[in-house]
Design a protein around this ligand. Structure first.
Ligand code: HEC
Length: 495
C-alpha cells in the first residue's frame, strides 16, 4: 500500500502537467540523432550541445525535423531496413514540437557529454595525405582527389578500413578507389594544386572504383567481422574528398587506417558498378528542357547475397528506384530515393545480407530533369548534358556490393580488377587440391553462361586463355566449381 502511494505521489504531477523539458526530453533525441554531426568540430554548421544552442535554433530544428531533412537520410527506410539509416520518429518530432509550443522549458540542468564511442583501433598501416590541402573558405562545396601510395607488392586483403578526417569541420564525405600505380599521374599533373579537382568522380576508370565510402557518422559499418576486401598488388589509393562549404580558409590532411587480414575462412566482398551508362541500349543524352528516365537491368548468375547499394548521379538526377525480380516473379524493393541530392550521396547498407537466388533480375531506374523546374539544375538556360565527371555533366551509375557465396573454397580466382576498359585476355586461378573443375563465364546482361573449361586440374597455379572470356562491353561473372560446389566467383564489368 505504501509503495503504491509513493508511486502515485511521484507520478501524479507529470500526468497532470505533462510538459517536455529540454534536459529530460529533448536532449536524448538530439544526442541520438544530431550530435554526431552537430558538435564542436564536426561537420554540422552549428553545434547543438546545450540549452542555449538548441533553443536558439528551435524553430529551424522544428522545421528541418518535420520535413525529415534532418537527420539527413535520403532513402525510404520504411520499405527497406538499412543498417546505416538515420531516422527520427514521428513521436520524437512531436516531443520537440510540444517542447517548443510549451515555451521551451529547460528542466533540471545537465550537461551533454558526447561520447562517440570511439574505441581505439590499432591499424596495421595509416596512410596520410602527403601535404595539406587548402580549402578556400568561400562557402562552396569543394571536391578534390589525392593519390596515397600503398606499397604492396602482393595482393593483400583488408578487414578494416577507416577514413580519419584531418579537419572534421570540412571533411564531409570520402570515397576511396584502388588504381594501378601511375594511373592517376596525368590527373595529378593537370591540376597545379595538391591532388586534383574531381567533382562527381575521379575522372578515370580505376581498377577497383568506389572501394570504400565514408561519412561522418558511418564509422565502422563498412566491413563486418568476417569480411575482407582485396587490394590488388601495386595499387594506389585514390582518396576523393568532399569538403563542405566553410567561411574561412581551412587546411586538411586526411588519413586512411587499414587493418590487413588473410582471406582464409573470410567472406569476400566486391562492389561492382553493374548499372552504368555503358550498358544502356540508348545513348545517355539529357536534352535541354526535357525530363527523362533511364532503366537498366542485370541478372544474378549464382545464388548470392547483396550487402549494399550505392547510387551515384549528379545534379540533374531527381530520383532512384532499384528493385529485384526474383525467379518466382515476386519483387523485392531495394532502394527508393524520391528526392535525390548530390551532396548526400552515400552507400545504403542492408540491415542483413539479402539473399538473391540465381536468375534474379535487378532493375534500376533514375529520373533526370533538365528543365528549370529542377532546383539543382546548375545551368540556366539548360543545355544538352552527357556522361562526365564534372558539375555540368551527369551520370547513371549504381554499385552493388555482392558477397562471395563460395564456402571454404579450395580453388580461388585472381581478381585484378572490378572495372576494365579492355577485354579480359586470360584468367588465373589457384587450386589447393587436384580435382575436376568447371570454369564458367556468365553474361549478366543476357543471363547466359558458357563453360570455358571442364577438366582435371592439378594443385597449383593455372591460366586459361580463351576467346570466350569477356570480350565486349558488359557485365560478367566468372565462376569456378567442383563437385557442383561453387569454389569462387569474380564479378566485373568491361566498359
Ligand atoms: C550526418 C550528419 C548530420 C546529422 C546526423 C544531422 N545533421 Fe543537421 N546538418 C548537417 C549538415 C552538413 C548541415 C548543413 C546543411 C546541408 O549541407 O544540408 C546541417 C544543417 C542543419 C540545420 C540548418 C538547416 C540548413 O539547411 O541550413 C539544422 C537546423 C540542422 N541541421 C538540425 C539538425 C538536427 C535537429 C539533427 C538531428 C535531428 C541533425 N541536424 C542531424 C549534418 C547533419
Amino acid at each position: 500500500m505504501f509503495r503504491v502511494f509513493i508511486i502515485i505521489l511521484f507520478h501524479l504531477p507529470s500526468f497532470l502537467f505533462s510538459q517536455e523539458t529540454y534536459h529530460q526530453d529533448v536532449v536524448p533525441i538530439i544526442k541520438k540523432h544530431c550530435l554526431s554531426c552537430h558538435s564542436d568540430g564536426e561537420i554540422g554548421p552549428m553545434p547543438l550541445t546545450n540549452y542555449i544552442e538548441v533553443s536558439s535554433y528551435a524553430n529551424m530544428i522544428k522545421y528541418v525535423t518535420s520535413i525529415k531533412l534532418m537527420p539527413p537520410f535520403k532513402a525510404d527506410h520504411y520499405k527497406v531496413n538499412y543498417k546505416n539509416k538515420r531516422a527520427i520518429s514521428n513521436a520524437e518530432i512531436s516531443v520537440i514540437n510540444n517542447w517548443i509550443s510549451n515555451g521551451m522549458q529547460e528542466g533540471i540542468p545537465d550537461t551533454i557529454s558526447y561520447d562517440p564511442n570511439n574505441k581505439e583501433v590499432i591499424y596495421d598501416e595509416i596512410i596520410c595525405m602527403e601535404e595539406s590541402f587548402e580549402h578556400y573558405g568561400i562557402y562552396y562545396d569543394q571536391y578534390q582527389a589525392f593519390v596515397l601510395p600503398v606499397l604492396n607488392q602482393e595482393d593483400k586483403y583488408v578487414s578494416h578500413i577507416e577514413v580519419i578526417p584531418g579537419n572534421k569541420e570540412i571533411v564531409r564525405s570520402a570515397n576511396l578507389s584502388l588504381a594501378k600505380k601511375g594511373r592517376a599521374d596525368k590527373m595529378d599533373e593537370w591540376d597545379p594544386r595538391y591532388g586534383f579537382f574531381a567533382y562527381g568522380s575521379i575522372g578515370f576508370e580505376a581498377e577497383i572504383p568506389n572501394w570504400y565510402s565514408w561519412m561522418p557518422n558511418t564509422k565502422g559499418i563498412e566491413l563486418k567481422n568476417n569480411e575482407v576486401s582485396l587490394i590488388p598488388k601495386n595499387s594506389e589509393l585514390i582518396l576523393h574528398l568532399h569538403y563542405g562549404p566553410y567561411g574561412e580558409t581551412q587546411n586538411d590532411s586526411t588519413c586512411v587506417g587499414i587493418i590487413y587480414s588473410s582471406e582464409q575462412g573470410k567472406i569476400q566482398v566486391q562492389n561492382v558498378p553493374f548499372i552504368a551508362t555503358e550498358f544502356l541500349a540508348d545513348s545517355f543524352n539529357l536534352e535541354a528542357g526535357l525530363k527523362k528516365r533511364f532503366t537498366s537491368s542485370f541478372y544474378i548468375p549464382e545464388d548470392s547475397y547483396i550487402k549494399s547499394i550505392t547510387p551515384l548521379a549528379h545534379l540533374l538526377c531527381r530520383s532512384w528506384e532499384v528493385f529485384a525480380v526474383l525467379p518466382d516473379q515476386s519483387t523485392l524493393p531495394l532502394l527508393t530515393i524520391a528526392d535525390w541530392d548530390f551532396h548526400w550521396r552515400e552507400k545504403y547498407v542492408f540491415n542483413e545480407y539479402l539473399f538473391l537466388p540465381k536468375g534474379t533480375r535487378i532493375v534500376a531506374t533514375a529520373r533526370y530533369d533538365n528543365t528549370r523546374e529542377n532546383p539543382y539544375n546548375p545551368s540556366d538556360p539548360s543545355f544538352l548534358t552527357k556522361k562526365g565527371p564534372h558539375m555540368f555533366d551527369e551520370n547513371f551509375l549504381c554499385y552493388f556490393e555482392l558477397i562471395n557465396s563460395a564456402s571454404s573454397p579450395f580453388a580461388s580466382i585472381k581478381k585484378p580488377f572490378t572495372v576494365a576498359t579492355r577485354r579480359l585476355a586470360e584468367l588465373n586461378f589457384n587450386c589447393q587440391k587436384e580435382a575436376e573443375y568447371s570454369v564458367l563465364v556468365h553474361n549478366m546482361t543476357s543471363n547466359s553462361s558458357v563453360v570455358i573449361s571442364e577438366k582435371n586440374y592439378a594443385a597449383g597455379q593455372h591460366t586459361i586463355r580463351s576467346s570466350a572470356l569477356a570480350n565486349t562491353t558488359g557485365r560478367y561473372a566468372i565462376s569456378i566449381s567442383s563437385d557442383e560446389q561453387l569454389q569462387d566467383i569474380w564479378y566485373f564489368v568491361i566498359k
